[in-house]
Design a protein around this ligand. Structure first.
Ligand code: HDE
Length: 735
C-alpha cells in the first residue's frame, strides 16, 4: 500500500490496502477442503454420482422422481446459462489499481482525479464486439476496454474501446450497425467476422462509418495482446471544478509495453490453433507478476472553445488531434490480480456509461446519451433488477436509499420506513459540500427535431487523416485487410461500391483494393486527399522508450544432442529480462544435450512437442546448435515449418552454431545474410552466430564477448516486435 492513503473507505474497512478485494473476500468461498458435499439446502450427501433408482440383482430399474438430490443437481445445471451480452459477449478481465500522479484540480473536483494519495481499486474487462461467448480471441474486431473504478464516492465506469472513434454518431443507429456486423439472419454466419455482405453494404450506405472502418481494418483490429492496446473512452464527457467551470474531456490509456498487433495470417491461424490466446496471455502475465500498466491521460477543451474546431467535438466519429488538443498524462492504471471465478466476476460485471462520480459528467454527445440508457437497460435482461447488489458490481462506499425489493434482492434493510421525507428524521440527502453529485446548470435551447448539428455531416476528412498518418507498412495492411474482407462478399454490388467509397479516402488505396478484389479500378478520386497528417495515430509511435522483451514468449527448439551452453545461456538471458522461454522438441520426454548420456536420468523436459504448439503462439524462436540436434530437426517437416512460419510472420529468429545453416536452408532468401564464422550477424531480424570451439583462453574470452553481443542483438530484435523491413522488401511472403 502506498504511504499516505487517506481514503475514508479504507479506514472503515479496517485499513485494508485494496478495499474491493477486502469486500469481495467476504463473498468468496473455498469450501472444498473443509466440508463434505451437501445439497444446495445444506444436507450432506453420500453419493452424487447415481440417481436413486429401483434395482434388482440382474435388472436396472427405473429412476425415482422422488430423489431430491438428483433433481436438484440436474435442475441447477439446466439453468446455468444467462443471456450473453448482446455485443462484447466474449471477454476476459482482471483486477487492478489506479494511481494519480498529477492532480487535475484545475478542471475537476472528482476525488479520483485530484487526490494523488489514493489508490483506487478497479476491474477491467476486455472483449471482442461481434463474436459469441465461445468465439475466438484473435478475430479482426474492435476490442472493448471497460473499467469499473471503485472510488470512495461511488463507482465510475469508463466503457471504452481500443479504437478512439465509433461507427455511428447517433445511438439510434446502434441496432443497425450491430445487426449488419453480426452473423447474417438467414443462416447465422459468419461468426465474429465483418467479412460479409451485410456489414460492407451498411458501411457503404452509412458514410459516417468510414473513419471507423479504416481503424477496424488497420492493425488495431488484430492486437497482439490486450496488454498492448490503447484504451479510449471514445465519447466526450465533461469535468467540472470547484469554481463551477466545465471542460469537455476525452479519456485515454496508453500501454507501457507499446501498441502491437499480429499480422493477419498469424491472427487467422491462432483463431483455430488457440482461440483463447488473449485470455491466457492476460492471465499468464498477471500470474507471472508482469503486471500490465497503462498511462492515463486526458484531453480537455474549455466550454468556451466548444465551437473552435472544424469538426464537432461531440461527434464520436472524430478524434481530437493531439496537435490541437494535447494529451495530459496524469495517472497510471495497473492490472495485478486475476479473478477468482469467471462467471460471478467477469461475466456478471455490468458497466454503465451513466455511472459517473461528482466532478465528472456527460456532454450532449448523441452517442453517449443513448449509451447512458442502453447499458442500464441491458443489465435487466442479463442479470435482473438487483444487478448492482452482485459482489463484483457493488460500490465500496455505503449505499443508502429507498430502492427496495425486486427479483433476487438480498440486502436486508432494517427499519420501518422506505421513503423520503419521513417523520422519523432520518439523515436527509447530502448537500454539494457533503459530496452530493451536482448537475451542471446548463442553459439549453433549441427546436425539438430528429437531426444533428451541421458539422456532423462531414465524414471523410479524418478517414484521410488517419490513413495519411500511418506508416507504409500499416497502410499496406489496410489494403490487404480490405481485400480480404471484400473477397468474402459475393455480392458484386457490395465490393464494387466499397472500392468506390475508398476513392473518398485515397485513390491509390482504392486502386490497390479494386485490382485485388476484381472491381473496376477507379481512375478518379471521389474526394481529393487533403494530405494532412496527425501524430499519435500510427501505432509505431508507441514503441517503449527502453526496448523491452518482458512477457514475450520465446520458443527454444532443440532435439537430442543440442548445444547446452547456448541453450542454458539463452534461457537464462531471456528469463532475466522477464521474457518467457519455452523449450520445444520433437517429443515431450527428456531431451539430452550433446555429450549427455541417455542413461544419466537427467535431460531437459520440454514444455511442448513440435506438433502440440505452433510458431504462432510465440513472439520469437531460438535454435541453439548441436550437430545431432540439427540433423534431427532438418528431417522434421514441422520443425522446418516452425522456422518458415516465424520468418513469414516477421518474428525475430536466433540461431547459433550448426543451427545457422539449418535456418539458412529453411528460409534462404536473397538479401538475408547469415553468420559464417564466429561473428554475430543481424539481418532482417534473423540473428545468427556460428560458434567455434575455443582453442585458447583468449579465444574463450572473445567468444564470451560474442555471446553477449549475440544476446543483445537477438533480444533487441525481439523487442522490436516485428521486422517490418522483411515485409517492405517483399521477403515475408516468399516463405
Ligand atoms: Fe457498447 N454496449 N454500445 N459501446 N459496449 C454494451 O452493454 C451500446 C459503444 C462497449 O465488458 C452493452 O453491458 C450502444 C461505444 C464495451 O461488459 C450494450 C451504443 C463503445 C462493452 C451496449 C454503444 C462501446 C459494451 C452490451 C451506441 C466504446 C462491453 C452488454 C450508442 C466507447 C462492456 C452491456 C463489458 C457493451 C450498447 C456503442 C463499448 C447493449 C447503444 C461507442 C466495452 O448496452
Amino acid at each position: 500500500m502506498a504511504s499516505g492513503i487517506t481514503s475514508g473507505i479504507q479506514k472503515a474497512l479496517g485499513g485494508e490496502p485494496d478495499v474491493k478485494a477486502a469486500q469481495l473476500a467476504k463473498d468468496t468461498k473455498d469450501y472444498s477442503k473443509d466440508y463434505k458435499l451437501t445439497s444446495d439446502y445444506g444436507v450432506k450427501q453420500e453419493n452424487t454420482d447415481a440417481w436413486l433408482r429401483v434395482v434388482s440383482e440382474d435388472k436396472q430399474g427405473p429412476m425415482l422422481l422422488e430423489d431430491p438430490f438428483g433433481r436438484e443437481k440436474i435442475h441447477r445445471f439446466d439453468h446455468e446459462r444467462i443471456p450473453e451480452r448482446v455485443v462484447h459477449a466474449r471477454g476476459a478481465a482482471a483486477f487492478g489499481t489506479f494511481r494519480l500522479h498529477e492532480s487535475a484540480s484545475d478542471v475537476t473536483n472528482a476525488g479520483i482525479l485530484t487526490d494523488t494519495n489514493r489508490e483506487t481499486p478497479l476491474f477491467l474487462r476486455f472483449s471482442t464486439v461481434l463474436g459469441s461467448r465461445g468465439s475466438a480471441d484473435t478475430v479482426r474486431d474492435v476490442r472493448g476496454f471497460a473499467i469499473k473504478f471503485y472510488t470512495d464516492e461511488g463507482n465510475w465506469d469508463i466503457v471504452g474501446n481500443d479504437i478512439p472513434v465509433f461507427f455511428i454518431q447517433d445511438a439510434m443507429k446502434f441496432p443497425d450497425v450491430i445487426h449488419a456486423g453480426k452473423p447474417e439472419p438467414h443462416m447465422e454466419v459468419p461468426q465474429a467476422q465483418t467479412a460479409h455482405n451485410n456489414f460492407w453494404d451498411f458501411q457503404y450506405l452509412h458514410t459516417e462509418a468510414t473513419h471507423m472502418f479504416m481503424w477496424a481494418m488497420s492493425d488495431r483490429g488484430i492486437p497482439r495482446s490486450y496488454r498492448m492496446m490503447q484504451g479510449f473512452g471514445v465519447n466526450t464527457f465533461t469535468l467540472t471544478n470547484d469554481k463551477g467551470e466545465r471542460h469537455f474531456v476525452k479519456f485515454i490509456f496508453t500501454p507501457e509495453l507499446g501498441v502491437h498487433s499480429f499480422v493477419w495470417d498469424e491472427a487467422l491461424k491462432l483463431a483455430g490453433q488457440d482461440p483463447d490466446f488473449h485470455r491466457k496471455d492476460l492471465w499468464e502475465a498477471i500470474d507471472n507478476k508482469a503486471f500490465p500498466k497503462w498511462k492515463f491521460g486526458i484531453q480537455t477543451i474549455p466550454e468556451s472553445k466548444e465551437n473552435d474546431f472544424e469538426f464537432d467535438i461531440l461527434d464520436a466519429t472524430k478524434v481530437w488531434p493531439e496537435e490541437l488538443v494535447p494529451i495530459r498524462y496524469i495517472g497510471e492504471l495497473e492490472l495485478n490480480r486475476n479473478p477468482d471465478e469467471y462467471f460471478p466476476q467477469t461475466e456478471q460485471v455490468a458497466f454503465c456509461t451513466s455511472h459517473v462520480v461528482p466532478g465528472i459528467g456527460f456532454s450532449d454527445d448523441p452517442l453517449l446519451q443513448g449509451r447512458n440508457f442502453s447499458y442500464f437497460d441491458t443489465q435487466l435482461s442479463r442479470l435482473g433488477v438487483n444487478w448492482q447488489e452482485l459482489p463484483i458490481n457493488r460500490p465500496v462506499c455505503p449505499v443508502m436509499n429507498n430502492n427496495r425489493d425486486g427479483q433476487l434482492r438480498h440486502t436486508i434493510t432494517r427499519g420501518t420506513v422506505n421513503y423520503w421525507p419521513n417523520r422519523f428524521g432520518a439523515v436527509p440527502p447530502a448537500k454539494p459540500s457533503e459530496g452530493a453529485y451536482v448537475d451542471y446548470p446548463e442553459k439549453v435551447a433549441g427546436i425539438k427535431k430528429r437531426m444533428q448539428s451541421k458539422k456532423f455531416g462531414e465524414h471523410f476528412n479524418q478517414a484521410q487523416l488517419f490513413y495519411n498518418s500511418l506508416s507504409k507498412v500499416e497502410q499496406s495492411h489496410i489494403a490487404a485487410a480490405l481485400a480480404f474482407e471484400l473477397d468474402h462478399c459475393e455480392d458484386q454490388l457490395v465490393y464494387e461500391r466499397i472500392c468506390e467509397r475508398l476513392t473518398d479516402i485515397d485513390l491509390s488505396l482504392a486502386q490497390q483494393v479494386a485490382e485485388l478484389v476484381g472491381a473496376p479500378v477507379p481512375q478518379k478520386a471521389g474526394k481529393q486527399n487533403h494530405g494532412k497528417k496527425a501524430k499519435g495515430l500510427s501505432q509505431l509511435e508507441y514503441m517503449p522508450k527502453e526496448p523491452t522483451i518482458a512477457t514475450r514468449r520465446v520458443a527454444i527448439i532443440i532435439a537430442d544432442g543440442y548445444d547446452p551452453v547456448a541453450y542454458n545461456g539463452m534461457k537464462a538471458a531471456l528469463a532475466s529480462a522477464q521474457a518467457l522461454p519455452f523449450t520445444i522438441a520433437p517429443r515431450r520426454t527428456p531431451i539430452f544435450a550433446a555429450g549427455e548420456s541417455k542413461d544419466s536420468g537427467k535431460g531437459v523436459k520440454p514444455d511442448h512437442h513440435l506438433e502440440g504448439m505452433r510458431s504462432t503462439m510465440f513472439d520469437s524462436i531460438f535454435v541453439p546448435g548441436g550437430a545431432d540436434s540439427i540433423a534431427t530437426l532438418r528431417k522434421n517437416g514441422r520443425a522446418l515449418h516452425w522456422v518458415r512460419e516465424a520468418f513469414g510472420h516477421l518474428k525475430a529468429i536466433g540461431a547459433t552454431g550448426e543451427a545457422v545453416s539449418f535456418i539458412k536452408d529453411a528460409c534462404e532468401l536473397p538479401g538475408v545474410k547469415f553468420s559464417e564464422s564466429g561473428d554475430v550477424v543481424d539481418s532482417y531480424g534473423v540473428v545468427t552466430a556460428s560458434s567455434v570451439k575455443p582453442e585458447s583462453f583468449k579465444e574463450a574470452v572473445q567468444m564470451a564477448k560474442g555471446a553477449k553481443e549475440f544476446v543483445d542483438a537477438y533480444t533487441f530484435a525481439i523487442s522490436q516486435h516485428k521486422n517490418w523491413d522483411r515485409e517492405l522488401d517483399g521477403l515475408s511472403s516468399m516463405v
